[in-house]
Structures are given as structure tokens and as C-alpha cells.
Ligand binder design. Structure first.
Ligand SMILES: *[C@@H]1O[C@H](CO)[C@@H](O)[C@H](O)[C@H]1NC(C)=O
Ligand SMILES: *[C@@H]1O[C@H](CO)[C@@H](O)[C@H](O)[C@H]1NC(C)=O
Ligand SMILES: *[C@@H]1O[C@H](CO)[C@@H](O)[C@H](O)[C@H]1NC(C)=O
Ligand SMILES: *[C@@H]1O[C@H](CO)[C@@H](O)[C@H](O)[C@H]1NC(C)=O
Length: 390
């Protein structure tokens, strides 16, 4: 009984020594990463403490707090919690200069320390796009450059053309503690780029909720390209016809000019020009001819031609153009089929004849029927030649 009691006491004593010793009485800290402008919370803990003071000091070894006593005059630094087992302070409005190794000291003999590295993230500025000429001309080669300052670590820049990602050439330059990142995009300007939105986005660890981006919309000037579309495929006398001069250009072409056979439009009562459209209220055979429209802006001129052939509804019969076309197709199919039948018939008849006439000759020295035919054909050729030379 006494022996057992003694053993328990001994165990307690050993445990006590362990508690007071190296394992329990040691400051514990953690590295911190804080975005500039935010607040850093620095916590130092001791599991078992026999009323020994704790202290936080900054990278330049200045004491910030000794227990609950503030040591450095800096409004940004405040006490959060001070007890024998914890010393927590906060540093608000963090700047890049606050980055470094912070030390928590426990004033045992000898002093025990723990080091926490405070990493400050530099927030990239809103990117700027440079190199845009407004307006750009079709065929121009331009280089768009997107730049953002102040990121730490270096930000990533991404380009999008109308929401679709495209690859740019990135360059990173260090300036002090932060980085200046640029990304350039080489473009051969096309008329399709007119109105295209080019967006430069910044990706960075410090921008989780508010991505930074800038968009520029391209304006491209280009010469018009004219093209005539018609409302009827087979215009007939008396029908209504609309011709449209489709001419896209930027700036928008001046009113288009219509001519007929190189001269002015005749009879403006039945032909009406309205904007880009030329309409015939009722077609007449006399409208036959070559119609041309000309569109131009300060970058160039383009023209298109349309040859009008007014069909005579009487000459085409009552069936109309579509029936005529189907009739034509049917006629061609019938004709081709007939030709095939005649050709096949003649081919088969000729072959059958050759086979029959030569079978006897070839069969003598040939092992089978096929070889017999080949031999026979060879013979006829030779005979033909002989006849020729006689
Ligand atoms: C804390 O940061 C320092 C310096 O960057 C590094 O050497 C150390 O390994 C880090 N400690 C932990 C626990 O991440
Ligand atoms: C980055 O540095 C390179 C080389 O030092 C220099 O040629 C280039 O102009 C710099 N770019 C920017 C955007 O400062
Ligand atoms: C076509 O024009 C001629 C002369 O202008 C006119 O006599 C004729 O009636 C017209 N034909 C039709 C179908 O309008
Ligand atoms: C219109 O053109 C067609 C084909 O070129 C021709 O057969 C017809 O006679 C022309 N009509 C007139 C009025 O010139």
C-alpha cells in the first residue's frame, strides 16, 4: 500500500518536471499572409506557463507588446488578448513595409522564441490598355499592351476577345517589392474587328472577390464592298422586283448610286430608288439590261453588277419557271438512262460475240475459259495488225 502511494507521487513529480520543462513551456506561432490594406492578427500561445511574460517584436527588433503593455507608438497596433497562455495583437492597414519576421519571446531562463513570417500581398492596380488607335484602319498592324503595377507576387494577365480567351506575350519587371506585369497582343486589324471587345483581366491571389479588368472596343474603318441581292430568281413581265445594294463599310458609305447600261436610270416612275434599294413596281421587257450600284466612303469605292433578264410569261408557258426547271431535269435523267441502256446493250452484245467466236481457237491451248478469252483477244489484235500491213 505504502509502496503504491510512493509510486504515484514519483510519477506526479516526473510529470511536473516534464510540464515545467522544454515540452510544454514553449511559445507557438504561425506564419501569416495578409493582403495590403487589411489587418494582420498575430497570435502567440504557450500551453503551460508558470506566469512568465510574453512579448511580440517586429522585424526590426522593436518591441510591440510586452504582456498587455504597449511598447511602440503606432496607432495601427492594438492588443487583442493578453493572458499567461496567449498574447495576440493586431496590426491594421498593413503595408508592404510591414512584411518580415516577427518574434514572440517567452522570458524563461534562457529566453525561448518563436518566429512568424508575415507575408504581405501587393494588390495589382486596375490594368491599363495602351496602343489602341481610334479608329484603326483595316490592314493595320497594332500592338495592344496591358499593364498592371503593384502586384506581389507577380500577377497574371489574360486577354479575351469578345469573351473568348486569346494568348498574349507576358513580361514581368520587378520594381521595388512589387511587380509590373505587361502582356502584349499583336493584331492584324480586320473588318471583323470593328466593334470587337478586347478585355484584359488580372488574376491574383489578393483578388478573390473583385477581379480587375479593363475593356477596349475596337473601331475599324474599312472601304465598302458592294453586292446586289434580288427578290426574284426568274423575274417575269409584270412582276415586282427589288434589288438591294448590300454595301457594308465604315464609315457607312454615302448613298449608293444606281446606273443602267452605264447611263442614268430611265423611267423613274416604275423604278424607285430608296436608300440602297431599287424596286420595279411592274417589270417590263424593256427593263432588260445591266444594273450597277456603286458605294463609296473616304477609304474606297466598290461596285456590283446585276444583269436583268425579264422572262416572257407567255413564252415560258403556264407552268412557270420552277416546273420548266423540273421538266428539264427529268428530260436529262431520261436521256442519260437511255444512253446507258443503249451503251450497255451494245457492249454486252459485242463481248458475247467475241467470246463465242474465239472460244474454239483459245480453248485448245488454255487451261480454263478466262485464259482462253485473254488469249483469244491477243490473237485478234495480232490478226488486226497483220491485216493492216498487207
Ligand atoms: C514560415 O516562413 C518562413 C520564412 O518564409 C519559413 O522559412 C518557414 O518554414 C515557415 N514556417 C512554416 C511553419 O510554414
Ligand atoms: C522590363 O525590363 C526590360 C529589361 O530590363 C525592359 O526592356 C522593358 O522595357 C521593361 N518593361 C517595362 C514594361 O518596364
Ligand atoms: C412594256 O412597255 C411597253 C412600252 O413602254 C408597253 O407598251 C407595254 O404594255 C409594257 N408591258 C407590260 C407587260 O407592262
Ligand atoms: C430581253 O433580253 C432577252 C435575252 O437577252 C431577249 O430575248 C429579249 O428580246 C430582250 N427584250 C428586249 C425588249 O430587249
Amino acid at each position: 500500500m505504502i509502496l503504491k502511494h510512493h509510486l504515484v507521487l514519483t510519477l506526479c513529480a516526473v510529470y511536473g518536471i516534464l510540464l515545467k520543462g522544454s515540452s510544454g513551456q514553449h511559445p507557438l506561432v504561425q506564419n501569416q499572409t495578409v493582403t495590403e490594406g487589411r489587418t494582420a492578427i498575430m497570435t502567440c500561445r504557450v500551453e503551460y506557463n508558470d506566469q512568465t511574460s510574453l512579448q511580440w517584436s517586429n522585424p526590426t527588433q522593436q518591441t510591440l507588446f510586452f504582456g498587455n503593455k504597449k511598447a511602440l507608438r503606432d496607432n495601427r497596433i492594438e492588443l487583442v488578448r493578453a493572458s499567461w497562455s496567449e498574447l495576440t495583437i493586431s496590426i491594421s492597414e498593413i503595408t508592404l513595409a510591414d512584411e518580415g519576421m516577427y518574434t514572440c519571446s517567452l522570458f524563461t531562463m534562457p529566453v525561448k522564441t518563436a518566429k512568424a513570417y508575415l507575408t504581405v500581398l501587393g494588390v495589382p492596380e486596375k490594368p491599363e490598355i495602351d496602343g489602341l488607335t481610334k479608329p484603326a484602319l483595316e490592314g493595320d498592324e497594332i500592338t495592344l499592351t496591358c499593364m498592371t503595377h503593384g502586384s506581389k507576387p507577380a500577377a497574371n494577365l489574360r486577354w479575351f476577345r469578345n469573351e473568348k480567351e486569346i494568348k498574349g506575350a507576358k513580361e514581368v519587371n520587378a520594381s521595388g517589392k512589387t511587380f509590373t506585369v505587361t502582356s502584349s497582343l499583336q493584331l492584324l486589324v480586320d473588318r471583323d474587328d470593328d466593334g470587337a471587345a478586347y478585355t484584359c483581366k488580372v488574376d491574383h491571389v489578393s483578388l478573390l472577390q473583385t477581379p480587375q479588368q479593363t475593356t477596349e472596343v475596337l473601331e475599324v474603318h474599312y472601304a465598302p464592298r458592294a453586292l446586289i441581292t434580288q427578290s426574284l430568281t426568274f423575274p417575269q413581265e409584270g412582276q415586282y422586283l427589288k434589288l438591294e445594294c448590300v454595301s457594308k463599310g465604315n464609315p457607312s458609305p454615302d448613298p449608293v448610286l444606281w446606273t443602267k447600261d452605264g447611263g442614268e436610270l430611265p423611267d423613274l416612275e416604275r423604278m424607285i430608288v430608296q436608300g440602297r434599294e431599287l424596286t420595279f413596281s411592274a417589270l417590263n421587257k424593256t427593263d432588260n439590261g445591266t444594273y450597277r450600284c456603286v458605294a463609296s466612303n473616304h477609304l474606297g469605292t466598290s461596285s456590283a453588277e446585276y444583269i436583268l433578264y425579264v422572262y416572257d410569261p407567255n413564252a415560258m408557258g403556264q407552268r412557270g419557271p420552277d416546273h420548266a426547271l423540273i421538266g428539264g431535269v427529268v428530260a436529262v435523267v431520261v436521256f442519260v438512262t437511255l444512253c446507258l441502256i443503249i451503251f450497255l446493250g451494245r457492249y454486252l452484245a459485242r463481248h458475247k460475240g467475241t467470246y463465242l467466236t474465239n472460244e474454239a481457237k483459245g480453248a485448245d491451248d488454255a487451261p480454263d475459259a478466262d485464259t482462253a478469252i485473254i488469249n483469244a483477244e491477243g490473237n485478234t489484235h495480232a490478226e488486226g495488225k497483220k491485216e493492216y500491213f498487207i
